[in-house]
Design a protein around this ligand. Sequence first.
Ligand SMILES: Cc1cc2nc3c(=O)[nH]c(=O)nc-3n(C[C@H](O)[C@H](O)[C@H](O)COP(=O)(O)OP(=O)(O)OC[C@H]3O[C@@H](n4cnc5c(N)ncnc54)[C@H](O)[C@@H]3O)c2cc1C
Length: 393
Amino acid sequence: MSFELSPEHEAFRRTVREFAEAEIAPHAAQWDRDHHFPVDVVQQMGKLGLMGLTAPEEYGGAGLTGEDGAFTSLCLAIEEISRVDQSMGITLEAAVGLGINPILTYGTDEQKAQWLPDLVAGEKLAGFGLTEPGAGSDAGATRTKAELDGGEWVINGAKQFITNSGSEITSLVTVTARTGRSENGTPEISTIIVPSGTPGFTAEPAYDKLGWHASDTHPLTFVDARVPESNLLGDRGRGYAQFLATLDDGRVAIAAVAVGCIQACLDLSVQYAGERQTFGVPIGRKQGLAFQISDLQVMLDASRLLTYKAAAMKDAGASSEDFKQAAAVAKLYATESAVTATRIATQVFGGYGFMEEYAVARFYRDAKVLEIGEGTSEVQRMLIARGLGLPVE
Ligand SMILES: Cc1cc2nc3c(=O)[nH]c(=O)nc-3n(C[C@H](O)[C@H](O)[C@H](O)COP(=O)(O)OP(=O)(O)OC[C@H]3O[C@@H](n4cnc5c(N)ncnc54)[C@H](O)[C@@H]3O)c2cc1C
């Protein structure tokens, strides 16, 4: 058993860190203030190969396998980007985990050939439309419908809070929709690819969010939106199951966003506590403060180990039950730790921590959603309890 990353992974981390510090960190606060989604930087992440880390070479990807630690590389990239800006971290996470992943995993050769090269290059983005106004944690309660008519799916309904779904480079969203009834009478849910620009499909104006201001999040509406029957993604009736499996990967990637956030909180807190003077000494001399920063180190190490362990399990081809459990544990612990870490870091900065000119204020606003997206903390606890064999609802 080794708790060290390989030299290749460490070198890759340095490359992404240099990119993040040069191209993202200096601008993150301004993008946040302006609610600006920096398309050029998203495309630069693509040029650096970050969107293609888990994709085969034939679609322009790195051609890495589990043996190479492909998924671990993705998590490292997400962590390093999130260390300077969670908005760009989640943009990368969603681009790969929610945009590319379903098409790569469930798409036909034709669908992959049509959509993946631009997505893998980072020239385009894809959204993942599961959540609806009345179906979030209870995502199986989807109301959106798709009916076959003359060789086309006719889609009606609405999706909510969908990341990367309405940017100027969004090429498609995959959506879950009811496509009929199963033999046992329950709704049959399938996944359908809806290209941007399809008449009747509208990405409504972006949300005014508490944080992640520089990420792209929209409500979507579908009014008689017609797409070819061949846009069915994966098996008919398996849409919900496919999306749940996609979310297992996504949860580890969200945990990586949290790890980056905690690392930033620790770095900024250590530096500030050594500089800021009260009562004639640096505030880091005061145990009341220094001990809180010690807790950040503990949270960071534990969150990172859980996240890397889950990523390594994915790379090693662990069973889906084991991986699901590890993903939920990592997501739950790392994201709740990130929220706590931003509260501590803001406290370390005192009044300055409440001022937007200090990054900790932005991190404080950004972190909260980590406990909500891709399954709330309550949903993670429910999954973990089920994994333990408890008869929890
Ligand atoms: C910025 C942002 C980006 C997002 N991006 C995407 C995206 O790209 N694609 C997508 O499909 N979705 C996306 N989401 C949606 C996100 O996954 C949902 O918001 C989340 O799953 C919770 O669903 P909900 O908002 O409907 O809350 P609800 O399900 O209504 O939950 C409300 C509260 O009740 C609790 N609760 C619900 N059920 C239970 C239960 N059984 N036991 C205990 N507590 C329970 C929840 O934990 C929560 O605290 C995004 C959300 C945000 C905020």
